[in-house]
Write a protein that binds this ligand. Structure first.
Ligand code: ZN
Ligand code: ZN
Length: 66
């Protein structure tokens, strides 16, 4: 699934939306962001596997981690 992932709040945005409507951050669809997005959607919460810098405790696709 092709989506944009907000680099700030990790919300999933529709593909092609480059500014996150939730927080105004950069929403990216490079290979690594798409990989992170798909892993999050699959239920992976291990931040090292996700390629993130800090642990993800609570996440949902609408609001990300905020
Ligand atoms: Zn955001
Ligand atoms: Zn990216």
């Amino acid at each position: 699934m092709k989506v944009n992932l907000c680099c700030d709040c990790l919300a999933i945005n529709e593909h092609g939306i480059n500014t996150c409507p939730k927080c105004g951050g950069d929403s990216c669809w490079c290979g690594s962001c798409q990989r992170t997005a798909n892993l999050l959607l699959e239920g992976v919460r291990d931040y090292k596997k996700l390629g993130l810098l800090s642990p993800v405790t609570d996440w949902n696709p609408e609001t990300g981690i905020k």
